[in-house]
Design a protein around this ligand. Sequence first.
Ligand code: ADE
Length: 265
Amino acid sequence: MNFHIMTLFPDMVREGLHTSITGRAAAKGLLSIEAVNIRDYAFNKHQSVDDYPYGGGAGMLMQAEPVYQTYQAIMEKIAYETAGDGAGCEEPEQKKVRVVYLSPQGRTFDQKMAEEFAKEEDLILLCGHYEGIDERVLEEIVTDYVSIGDYVLTGGELPAMVMVDAISRLVPGVLHNDVSAEFESFQDNLLEYPQYSRPEVWHEKKVPEVLMSGHHANIEKWRREQSVIRTAKRRPDLLWKAELTEKEKELVKEYLPEKETWKSQ
Ligand code: ADE
Protein backbone atom coordinates (compact mmCIF):
# COMPACT_ATOMS: atom_id res chain seq x y z
CA MET A 1 0.00 0.00 0.00
CA ASN A 2 1.24 3.49 -0.86
CA PHE A 3 0.67 6.47 1.43
CA HIS A 4 1.24 9.95 -0.03
CA ILE A 5 1.24 12.62 2.66
CA MET A 6 0.88 16.25 1.63
CA THR A 7 2.45 18.37 4.35
CA LEU A 8 4.46 21.48 5.24
CA PHE A 9 6.48 19.35 7.70
CA PRO A 10 7.72 16.32 5.75
CA ASP A 11 10.54 15.57 8.20
CA MET A 12 8.11 15.18 11.07
CA VAL A 13 6.09 12.64 9.12
CA ARG A 14 9.09 10.79 7.69
CA GLU A 15 10.89 10.49 11.00
CA GLY A 16 7.76 9.40 12.82
CA LEU A 17 6.72 6.76 10.34
CA HIS A 18 10.08 5.40 9.24
CA THR A 19 10.62 4.01 12.74
CA SER A 20 9.39 0.84 14.42
CA ILE A 21 6.88 -1.41 12.63
CA THR A 22 5.83 0.99 9.87
CA GLY A 23 9.49 1.76 9.16
CA ARG A 24 10.36 -1.91 8.94
CA ALA A 25 7.40 -2.59 6.64
CA ALA A 26 8.48 0.28 4.39
CA ALA A 27 12.06 -1.08 4.29
CA LYS A 28 10.67 -4.48 3.28
CA GLY A 29 8.62 -2.89 0.49
CA LEU A 30 5.25 -3.82 2.00
CA LEU A 31 4.39 -0.13 2.31
CA SER A 32 5.61 3.07 0.79
CA ILE A 33 5.29 6.20 2.87
CA GLU A 34 6.05 9.34 0.93
CA ALA A 35 5.91 12.79 2.53
CA VAL A 36 5.54 15.50 -0.11
CA ASN A 37 6.42 19.07 0.84
CA ILE A 38 3.67 21.46 -0.24
CA ARG A 39 6.20 24.31 -0.05
CA ASP A 40 8.05 22.78 -3.02
CA TYR A 41 5.01 23.71 -5.10
CA ALA A 42 4.82 27.36 -3.97
CA PHE A 43 4.51 29.65 -6.96
CA ASN A 44 6.35 32.72 -5.63
CA LYS A 45 10.04 33.31 -5.01
CA HIS A 46 9.62 33.46 -1.21
CA GLN A 47 8.09 29.99 -1.28
CA SER A 48 5.21 31.19 0.87
CA VAL A 49 2.09 29.05 0.83
CA ASP A 50 -0.21 31.07 3.10
CA ASP A 51 -2.17 34.31 2.87
CA TYR A 52 -4.78 36.37 4.73
CA PRO A 53 -8.39 35.22 4.61
CA TYR A 54 -10.86 37.34 2.60
CA GLY A 55 -13.37 38.94 4.93
CA GLY A 56 -10.82 39.25 7.72
CA GLY A 57 -10.36 37.10 10.80
CA ALA A 58 -7.48 35.70 12.78
CA GLY A 59 -4.58 33.81 11.24
CA MET A 60 -3.54 32.76 7.79
CA LEU A 61 -4.89 30.25 5.30
CA MET A 62 -3.03 27.77 3.12
CA GLN A 63 -3.52 28.85 -0.48
CA ALA A 64 -5.27 26.68 -3.05
CA GLU A 65 -2.63 26.55 -5.81
CA PRO A 66 0.36 24.98 -3.98
CA VAL A 67 -1.96 22.35 -2.52
CA TYR A 68 -3.42 21.66 -5.96
CA GLN A 69 0.00 21.44 -7.63
CA THR A 70 1.20 19.00 -4.95
CA TYR A 71 -1.88 16.86 -5.55
CA GLN A 72 -1.33 16.91 -9.32
CA ALA A 73 2.29 15.84 -8.91
CA ILE A 74 1.25 12.92 -6.70
CA MET A 75 -1.48 11.85 -9.13
CA GLU A 76 1.00 11.93 -12.02
CA LYS A 77 3.41 9.77 -10.04
CA ILE A 78 0.64 7.28 -9.22
CA ALA A 79 -0.45 7.15 -12.89
CA TYR A 80 3.14 6.60 -14.00
CA GLU A 81 3.77 3.85 -11.47
CA THR A 82 0.47 2.15 -12.21
CA ALA A 83 1.24 2.13 -15.94
CA GLY A 84 4.59 0.42 -15.25
CA ASP A 85 7.89 0.82 -17.02
CA GLY A 86 6.99 -0.87 -20.26
CA ALA A 87 3.74 1.05 -20.78
CA GLY A 88 2.50 1.63 -24.29
CA CYS A 89 1.86 5.02 -25.84
CA GLU A 90 -1.77 5.22 -24.81
CA GLU A 91 -2.76 7.65 -22.08
CA PRO A 92 -3.36 5.54 -18.98
CA GLU A 93 -6.82 5.88 -17.49
CA GLN A 94 -6.73 8.14 -14.41
CA LYS A 95 -7.03 5.99 -11.32
CA LYS A 96 -9.50 7.03 -8.62
CA VAL A 97 -7.53 7.80 -5.47
CA ARG A 98 -9.10 8.79 -2.18
CA VAL A 99 -7.86 12.06 -0.74
CA VAL A 100 -8.31 12.44 3.01
CA TYR A 101 -8.25 15.91 4.57
CA LEU A 102 -7.39 15.68 8.26
CA SER A 103 -9.65 18.09 10.10
CA PRO A 104 -11.55 18.28 13.38
CA GLN A 105 -14.63 18.77 11.17
CA GLY A 106 -14.30 15.26 9.71
CA ARG A 107 -15.87 11.92 10.54
CA THR A 108 -14.20 10.39 13.60
CA PHE A 109 -11.60 7.80 12.70
CA ASP A 110 -12.19 4.30 14.06
CA GLN A 111 -11.13 0.69 13.45
CA LYS A 112 -13.85 0.14 10.85
CA MET A 113 -12.61 3.11 8.83
CA ALA A 114 -9.04 1.81 9.13
CA GLU A 115 -10.21 -1.52 7.69
CA GLU A 116 -11.96 0.24 4.84
CA PHE A 117 -8.94 2.41 3.95
CA ALA A 118 -6.61 -0.62 4.15
CA LYS A 119 -8.30 -1.95 0.97
CA GLU A 120 -6.92 0.99 -1.06
CA GLU A 121 -3.73 0.66 -3.07
CA ASP A 122 -2.93 4.37 -2.81
CA LEU A 123 -4.10 6.87 -0.24
CA ILE A 124 -3.42 10.61 -0.23
CA LEU A 125 -3.49 12.38 3.14
CA LEU A 126 -3.66 16.17 3.22
CA CYS A 127 -2.37 17.91 6.35
CA GLY A 128 -3.62 21.42 7.00
CA HIS A 129 -1.92 24.14 9.01
CA TYR A 130 -2.57 27.70 10.12
CA GLU A 131 -6.31 28.37 10.14
CA GLY A 132 -7.07 25.86 7.40
CA ILE A 133 -7.00 25.62 3.60
CA ASP A 134 -8.78 27.63 0.90
CA GLU A 135 -12.15 25.93 0.51
CA ARG A 136 -12.01 25.82 -3.30
CA VAL A 137 -9.16 23.33 -3.50
CA LEU A 138 -10.78 21.16 -0.83
CA GLU A 139 -13.95 21.04 -2.94
CA GLU A 140 -11.93 19.98 -5.93
CA ILE A 141 -9.71 17.23 -4.54
CA VAL A 142 -10.92 15.94 -1.14
CA THR A 143 -13.01 12.76 -1.03
CA ASP A 144 -13.03 12.15 2.77
CA TYR A 145 -12.88 14.47 5.79
CA VAL A 146 -11.45 12.64 8.80
CA SER A 147 -10.89 13.72 12.43
CA ILE A 148 -9.02 11.72 15.04
CA GLY A 149 -11.09 13.08 17.91
CA ASP A 150 -12.95 16.07 19.27
CA TYR A 151 -9.99 18.30 20.07
CA VAL A 152 -8.00 20.75 17.98
CA LEU A 153 -4.36 20.12 17.09
CA THR A 154 -1.89 22.53 15.50
CA GLY A 155 -1.84 20.61 12.22
CA GLY A 156 -2.85 17.45 10.41
CA GLU A 157 0.53 15.68 10.66
CA LEU A 158 -0.08 13.78 13.89
CA PRO A 159 -3.58 12.73 12.75
CA ALA A 160 -2.13 11.55 9.41
CA MET A 161 0.50 9.53 11.27
CA VAL A 162 -2.18 8.00 13.48
CA MET A 163 -4.11 6.95 10.38
CA VAL A 164 -1.06 5.52 8.61
CA ASP A 165 -0.13 3.51 11.70
CA ALA A 166 -3.62 2.07 12.23
CA ILE A 167 -4.08 1.25 8.53
CA SER A 168 -0.58 -0.18 8.02
CA ARG A 169 -0.93 -2.83 10.69
CA LEU A 170 -3.88 -4.22 8.71
CA VAL A 171 -1.83 -4.62 5.53
CA PRO A 172 -0.91 -8.31 5.09
CA GLY A 173 2.62 -9.08 6.22
CA VAL A 174 3.14 -5.90 8.26
CA LEU A 175 2.47 -7.69 11.54
CA HIS A 176 3.19 -11.36 12.18
CA ASN A 177 0.93 -13.29 9.87
CA ASP A 178 -0.97 -15.03 12.63
CA VAL A 179 -1.93 -11.81 14.39
CA SER A 180 -4.96 -11.06 12.26
CA ALA A 181 -6.56 -14.27 13.42
CA GLU A 182 -6.01 -13.33 17.04
CA PHE A 183 -8.31 -11.31 19.20
CA GLU A 184 -7.85 -7.56 19.25
CA SER A 185 -9.65 -4.74 20.94
CA PHE A 186 -12.69 -3.58 18.92
CA GLN A 187 -13.09 -6.95 17.27
CA ASP A 188 -16.82 -7.66 17.62
CA ASN A 189 -17.03 -4.36 19.52
CA LEU A 190 -15.42 -5.89 22.59
CA LEU A 191 -12.17 -4.86 24.27
CA GLU A 192 -9.29 -7.27 24.54
CA TYR A 193 -9.04 -9.52 27.64
CA PRO A 194 -6.22 -9.01 30.19
CA GLN A 195 -2.88 -10.70 29.42
CA TYR A 196 -0.07 -11.96 31.68
CA SER A 197 3.54 -13.04 31.20
CA ARG A 198 6.31 -14.27 33.50
CA PRO A 199 6.82 -14.29 36.47
CA GLU A 200 3.88 -16.27 37.76
CA VAL A 201 3.71 -14.09 40.89
CA TRP A 202 4.52 -10.37 40.79
CA HIS A 203 3.91 -7.94 43.68
CA GLU A 204 2.00 -10.79 45.32
CA LYS A 205 -0.40 -10.92 42.38
CA LYS A 206 -0.81 -14.35 40.84
CA VAL A 207 -1.59 -15.10 37.20
CA PRO A 208 -5.20 -16.38 36.96
CA GLU A 209 -5.22 -20.14 37.50
CA VAL A 210 -7.13 -20.98 34.32
CA LEU A 211 -4.30 -19.58 32.14
CA MET A 212 -1.86 -22.05 33.70
CA SER A 213 -4.17 -25.00 33.19
CA GLY A 214 -3.41 -25.68 29.53
CA HIS A 215 -7.15 -26.30 29.02
CA HIS A 216 -7.81 -24.36 25.83
CA ALA A 217 -11.60 -24.40 25.89
CA ASN A 218 -11.63 -23.05 29.43
CA ILE A 219 -9.07 -20.40 28.55
CA GLU A 220 -11.16 -19.26 25.59
CA LYS A 221 -14.28 -19.11 27.77
CA TRP A 222 -12.47 -17.11 30.46
CA ARG A 223 -11.06 -14.67 27.90
CA ARG A 224 -14.43 -14.06 26.30
CA GLU A 225 -15.96 -13.40 29.71
CA GLN A 226 -13.16 -11.02 30.64
CA SER A 227 -13.64 -9.14 27.37
CA VAL A 228 -17.33 -8.71 28.08
CA ILE A 229 -16.72 -7.58 31.69
CA ARG A 230 -13.94 -5.18 30.69
CA THR A 231 -16.05 -3.62 27.94
CA ALA A 232 -18.97 -3.20 30.36
CA LYS A 233 -16.73 -1.45 32.87
CA ARG A 234 -14.61 0.68 30.54
CA ARG A 235 -16.52 1.20 27.29
CA PRO A 236 -20.20 0.45 27.87
CA ASP A 237 -20.96 2.57 24.80
CA LEU A 238 -19.51 -0.21 22.61
CA LEU A 239 -21.70 -2.94 24.04
CA TRP A 240 -24.90 -2.17 22.21
CA LYS A 241 -23.14 -3.03 18.92
CA ALA A 242 -21.63 -6.27 20.28
CA GLU A 243 -23.32 -9.60 19.74
CA LEU A 244 -23.85 -11.07 23.19
CA THR A 245 -25.58 -14.21 24.35
CA GLU A 246 -28.42 -13.91 26.88
CA LYS A 247 -26.02 -15.15 29.56
CA GLU A 248 -23.50 -12.48 28.65
CA LYS A 249 -26.16 -9.79 28.79
CA GLU A 250 -26.88 -10.88 32.36
CA LEU A 251 -23.18 -10.73 33.14
CA VAL A 252 -22.95 -7.22 31.71
CA LYS A 253 -25.62 -5.96 34.11
CA GLU A 254 -23.38 -6.81 37.06
CA TYR A 255 -20.51 -4.75 35.76
CA LEU A 256 -22.05 -1.74 34.06
CA PRO A 257 -21.09 1.49 35.84
CA GLU A 258 -23.93 3.13 37.72
CA LYS A 259 -26.30 5.16 35.54
CA GLU A 260 -25.67 2.89 32.55
CA THR A 261 -28.48 0.54 31.66
CA TRP A 262 -28.54 -2.18 29.07
CA LYS A 263 -29.44 -0.73 25.70
CA SER A 264 -30.63 -3.19 23.14
CA GLN A 265 -31.03 -2.17 19.53
N1 ADE B 1 -6.27 18.89 12.63
C1 ADE B 1 -6.36 19.60 13.77
N2 ADE B 1 -7.01 18.91 14.70
C2 ADE B 1 -7.37 17.72 14.15
C3 ADE B 1 -8.08 16.58 14.61
N3 ADE B 1 -8.58 16.50 15.83
N4 ADE B 1 -8.24 15.55 13.75
C4 ADE B 1 -7.75 15.62 12.50
N5 ADE B 1 -7.09 16.68 12.01
C5 ADE B 1 -6.90 17.72 12.82
